[in-house]
Design a protein around this ligand. Structure first.
Ligand code: KG4
Ligand code: ZN
Length: 343
């Protein structure tokens, strides 16, 4: 039997300490996520210093748990992959230094993975027959971008947010509505009971041919609406407001993606990142892709938000391409996806 290529991946870029083990790029043997959400909740957002400290406390344990879950030892591994950016500097450093120490002491290749690329590759964890070229919408807490992929690791940037990321807009709006952190899942849940047409909110199209996004105007419009209602001493229907806000985000994300796929003659559409867990967004994409006869891939919910399985999936392709890092690999908080610009 041919030797299996087994990748151990580590992810510590924000508030999840995670380790995963993937065999031959397709068989997920372990996926452990230690979430810090509860710790940061009382501050209304992620506190970087607290995040790094918790990563330090958890990282060895999640790796041991992943090995135990996979029933493997260090000697069974083929390579160590790690998310080295973008993310919080102190948080990333924990993962990078752990991965470097492991790879060095075990004599294994070290693979640096871009966290955004990881989100995109969450799709390959469940679907192996994804056809290029494709258009991928990445919507997370820190990033919103639309890329065209011609092949593995090849990205053409079609558009990106000019201000807030989609997830950031969900979180900020949830905060002003008093819903707590992280706001995305709360708004998603509340929106199911609301009327998306109840409150008129703006859509930032930014010109007919633009694939860029902007969510700060929408966020301000929600704030103005809340102030107006408070001045009139009226009650806010939070479900209607959540549904109307979510509809405004969904419409722009979906229609710009469909338009990009049409313009580029692309049949395949991928969704990636934490916001792709949103029920309304998933449903709208399914409907629109059926209408326009596009093949749609969305990761299962558990692979949408931060995890190490997605880092292992992206790491596997870089490992096979012998795109290995050297011992100088460092955390790069502002790391960009290696893209060509285009429209
Ligand atoms: O990808 P991710 O886990 O972390 C980053 O790389 O940023 O994304 C986290 C973001 C948060 O802003 C969170 O509110 C949002 O994803 N999110 C959602 C949902 N679940 C998570 N947004 C809308 N609806 C959801 N169901
Ligand atoms: Zn992420």
């Amino acid at each position: 039997m041919a030797k299996q290529e087994i990748i151990l991946a580590v992810e510590t870029s924000c508030d999840e300490t995670a380790a995963a083990i993937l065999a031959d790029g397709k068989k997920l043997l372990a996926n452990v996520v230690a979430s810090q959400i509860k710790i940061h909740q009382k501050y209304g957002g992620v506190v970087p210093e607290i995040a790094s400290r918790h990563h330090l406390e958890q990282v060895n344990m999640v790796i041991e748990m992943a090995l135990a879950e996979a029933k493997l030892g260090f000697s069974d591994l083929s390579g160590i992959a790690v998310a080295y950016g973008p993310g919080l500097a102190g948080a990333l450093l924990v993962g990078v230094n752990t991965a470097k120490a492991l790879a060095y002491s075990l004599g294994l290749p070290l693979i640096g993975v871009n966290h955004i690329e990881g989100h995109i590759y969450a799709n390959w964890l469940v679907s192996r027959d994804i056809e290029f070229p494709l258009v991928c919408l990445v919507v997370s807490g820190g990033h919103t971008l639309l890329v065209k992929m011609e092949g593995h690791g090849e990205y053409l940037l079609l558009g990106q947010t000019q201000d807030d990321a989609a997830g950031e807009a969900f979180d900020k709006v949830a905060r002003v509505m008093g819903l707590g952190y992280p706001g995305g899942p709360m708004i998603d849940k509340l929106a199911k009971r609301g009327n998306p047409k109840a409150i008129e909110l703006p859509r930032a199209w930014l010109g007919a041919d633009s694939y860029n996004f902007s969510f700060s105007g929408l966020k301000t419009a929600v704030l103005n609406y809340l102030n107006k209602v408070a001045m009139k001493k009226e009650e806010v229907d939070k479900a209607d407001l959540a549904a109307s806000f979510q509809e405004s985000v969904i419409e722009v994300l979906v229609e710009k993606t469909m338009c990009a796929a049409k313009k580029h003659g692309v049949k395949t559409i991928l969704l990636a990142g934490g916001v792709s867990a949103n029920t309304g967004l998933r449903e709208r994409f399914k409907t629109r892709c059926e209408e326009e006869k596009k093949t749609l891939y969305i990761p299962p919910i558990e692979y949408c938000t931060d995890n190490a399985a997605m880092i292992a999936a992206a790491g596997y392709y870089r490992y096979m391409a012998r795109d290995w890092a050297d011992w100088r690999l460092n955390a790069v908080p502002g790391l960009k996806l290696c893209v060509k610009e285009g429209n």
